[in-house]
Write a protein that binds this ligand. Sequence first.
Ligand code: UDP
Ligand code: MG
Length: 310
Amino acid sequence: MNDISIIVPIYNEKNNLPELYKRLVESASKVSKNYEILFVNDGSKDESCEIIKTYATKNANIRYINFSRNFGHQIAISAGIDKCNGNAIVIIDGDLQDPPELIPELYKKYKEGYNVVYAKRKSRKGEGFLKKTTAKFFYRILSKITSINIPLDTGDFRLFDDKILKHLRLMPEKHKFIRGQISWLGFKQTFIEYDRDSRKHGETKFTYKKMVNFAIDGITSFSSFPLKIVTLLGFIVSVIALIIIIYALYSKFVLDRVITGWTSLIISTMFIGGVQLLSIGIIGEYISRINSEVKNRPLYIIDEDNLSEN
Ligand code: UDP
Ligand code: MG
């Protein structure tokens, strides 16, 4: 057992690795001699893997897992959660946006008796206006529509203890939203604040497409609110339809006047068509997630690791 495990997902971070390694080792050593840094190489296409291996040969506290291909950030973290063996576990990004120097502070709070200490962003440097606004908007909506309380302005940078670890390992869902899972678990959680740096080298791997998917994962994993919206829409449209039906029948049989009009027809057809497709889409998102749960494939494939050597 190590006192602390630090999980670092790595995807094409060769230019960040030297500084990252140095700062991580420094910060981890401040906490305890008995640390492990677990790099999860998520199918990097650059030389990240080779670089990590050289660190592992010169420092016995360095472990690595090498995926067979790119599986994504949340899955890389999940692999770390499955394979780490510390009493306290830290998740940190590998692009130096999360300063490793904060780890001793997180650990101090943990020693005060908290099960989870997350790092809350006071400011975010170097990220576009659109990314910041969408992120802000998303977390506010999420906290409104889910019953759990996902803290605002936090990523996955946090420390948690072995109790949380044990329960996370028992949560088998395929579409991971780890920050949500940790909030859902409860226990004693607290936070410290920090200024988020900009990326040192390279650029973000989160395209808008990935961000949208991640957002949908977060919502579908923790809320059935969109399904309720579908029901509500159906209800509202039915009420409107009923009113129009009564009006149409009244005009025809009582007033003896048939309403002519392409306009009203096309509007109602398009409107109902749109509502239906939207509703099917929302239901489809949930069904596709059920589908991937049922297939029950392994979450990731490990090509090689040095876990057993240590
Ligand atoms: N990452 C990963 N797999 C991916 C995308 C990203 O392991 O498919 C890693 C990446 O190397 C970094 C962390 O996840 O250490 C956060 O990614 P990034 O900085 O691109 O995200 P952002 O900070 O822009 O949200
Ligand atoms: Mg980043």
